[in-house]
Ligand binder design. Sequence first.
Ligand code: GDP
Ligand code: MN
Length: 361
Amino acid sequence: MKLLEYEAKQLFAEEGIRVPTGILVSKHEEILLHMDELAGKVVVKAQVDVGGRGKAGGVLMADHDTVIEKARQLFNTTIKGVPVTRVLIEERLDIRHEYYVSIAIDRAKKQPVILFAETGGMDIEETAQKEKNAVRSVSFCPLLPDVPNFLLRELCGDSPAEIQKTVNRLYHVFCHKDALLAEINPLVTTPDGVYAADAKLIIDDNSLARQGIAINRDLSEREREAEKHGFSFVELAGTIGVIGNGAGLTMSTLDLIEFYGGRAADFLDVGGGADTERVMHAVRLVASVPSVRVIVVNLLGGITRCDEVARGIIAAGVAIPVIVRIAGTNAEEGRKLLSEKGYEMLDTMDHVVKKAVEVAG
Ligand code: GDP
Ligand code: MN
C-alpha cells in the first residue's frame, strides 16, 4: 500500500530522518488557525499519489500572504486527474543541493538494493537515462541491521557524512516498516543540515496487519471483498468475467480470451478445494463488476468437487449468463445439476471461451 508524503515523512522522522515542519489541512480555511506558525516562506504540497506531482503543478511556493490562496488553488484542481483532498504546508527549505536515494528489493538477487544519485530532484529519470553513471547502486545481505559503511562510501561518494547517515536511517525505515520501496527525492542539504524534502513509502500488502494498517486503501471495494474470501482477484478492463481454480488455469483462460479477440473483466482464482459457498461468492463478486456481460467458469475438479461448484453457481443465481466448463471429480453430477437449471456447459476450455467471446459481442 502506498503512503502519502505526509504519512511517510512521519515514519521517516521516527527513525531520525529530519523532515521540514508542516501542517496538514483538508480545507484552505483551516490554514487561518495556523497563521502564526506560517511566518516565513512555505511550500504548499498536494497530497496525492501521483508521480511527477511537482511538474504537474502539485507543489507551489508561497509565503504568509499567499499561502491560503495557493492552497485554495490546489483544492480546486486535479493533479493528473486526481482530486486534491489534503494539502501539506511546510516551511520552505533553503536547498543547497538535491540528492536522490531509494531502497527496494532486487528480486533476482533476493537482497535489498539502494540507488543513489548526486543529482536528484524532479529530473532524476532523464538524468538516469542520459548519464549512465549518474545513479549508483549497492545491494547487500538482508540480515545486516545496517548498511555496511564501505558500501555507504561507495554509494554516496564525497557527499556529506550526514547524507550517508540518512541513507542508513532510510534503510531502517525500509526494514522496520516492511517496505517494498522507501524513497527520498530530493534528499537535500541546507545551511541547517540534511532534510528529506519529499518522501515515498510503499508497504508490502502482506505486512499490513503487522504494521497496524486495517484497510488497504489501494484496493477497490470488490478487491477487498475478494481478499476477505481469500480469492486472488484483479479487476481488468474487459467484458468477460473469469473464474478459475489455480493461477495457471485462470491465466490460460485469460490468454485464450485474448486469443479469440475478447477482453477479460477480471482474474479470479478461487483456490483449491472451493466449496458451494466460495463458488457462490466468487460468481456474485464477478457479476458485480459493472462491465461484465458474461462469466466463464473454468474449474478443474480435484480436491474441488464439481457438484459443489455447480451448487455454488446455482446458489449465486446471477442474471448475467454463466458459461461453464467443469471436469474431474464429480463432474458428471455437477453437469446434471447445472443442465437441470438450464446453464450452458461445454466440455473444453476452448469451447467455453469461444462461446463467451461470442456472447460478449
Ligand atoms: P514531486 O514532484 O512529487 O517529487 O514533489 P517534491 O516534493 O519532490 O517537490 C518537487 C520539487 O520542488 C523538488 O525537487 C524541489 O526542487 C522543490 N521543493 C520542494 N520542497 C522544497 C523546499 O522546501 N524548498 C525549495 N527551495 N524547493 C522545494
Ligand atoms: Mn519528489
